[in-house]
Design a protein around this ligand. Structure first.
Ligand SMILES: [Fe+2]
Length: 242
């Protein structure tokens, strides 16, 4: 059984709550799909907490922090968050992030932050054409991504997203190439602002979307005290439903 998390974005209370649930479920294999830092007020703590993960990918915010992507790539809010984060991290932490892979495969499952498309690996899989670009590079039947902050399931050759079942448990269809977006632990941008993440049981081919309650007030107070620019604070509180 795997727990697959993405887009934590420095929200330590959310990550702690999710990891507590992972432990309660007895899951040892944790895969992190990137954007551990950027935006949120606890980047160092989040780096420490993901250190035990089996895989941790580099997201676009990490690429910004280590200087691989520049301000032209990001909107003003994201870039302000990246600069703030870079100033908080030690040279050792930045060095560690620069060694994270950009994609990976674990037990035949492919993993990417945004997309497997080699020409656009931080593309957002939220349109049929972006999903087509991704599928042209997906060689295994199952891939997990994050980056959009919205959980989603796409099947190759099928127009539009597949709806998540109400109980969150989606049974993969054998023979169909599927990409699952796990949403965001730190700042989920959908009607339900709680952290989203998934568990994957390879034995029965089931991917379960999970939502975890946590102490949002601690994160809200830390954002207010962070010294972030006003536009960043406003955006983050909106994503938290405040
Ligand atoms: Fe991202």
């Amino acid at each position: 059984m795997f727990a697959i998390l993405s887009d934590i974005h420095g929200n330590r209370p959310a990550l702690e709550a999710v990891l507590a649930e992972v432990k309660e479920l007895g899951i040892r294999r944790v895969l992190v799909l990137g954007d551990v830092v950027g935006y949120g007020p606890f980047p160092e703590d989040c780096l420490r907490l993901v250190a035990g993960a089996e895989v941790c990918l580099q997201g676009n915010h990490e690429a910004g922090v280590i200087g691989e992507l520049d301000d032209e790539w990001f909107n003003d809010v994201a870039w302000a968050g990246i600069e703030w984060t870079r100033n908080r991290l030690s040279p050792d932490e930045i060095e560690a992030i620069s060694r994270w892979p950009k994609s990976a495969a674990v037990d035949g499952i492919e993993l990417a932050h945004g997309s497997l498309d080699p020409d656009d690996r931080f593309d957002y899989l939220d349109t049929p054409s972006s999903v087509d670009g991704h599928f042209s590079a997906q060689s295994r039947s199952l891939c997990f991504v994050g980056h959009t902050h919205v959980p989603a399931i796409w099947i190759e050759g099928r127009e539009g997203q597949v709806l998540w079942p109400k109980d969150g448990a989606y049974r993969l269809i054998r023979g169909l190439t599927t990409v699952v977006n796990v949403g965001s632990v730190g700042f989920c941008r959908c009607e339900d602002p709680r952290p989203s993440w998934v568990t994957y049981d390879p034995l029965n081919g089931e991917v379960t979307l999970r939502r975890t309650d946590y102490d949002v007030d601690t994160t809200v107070q830390a954002i207010r005290r962070s010294g972030h620019e006003k536009l960043v604070v406003k955006r983050l509180l909106k994503d938290l439903g405040r």
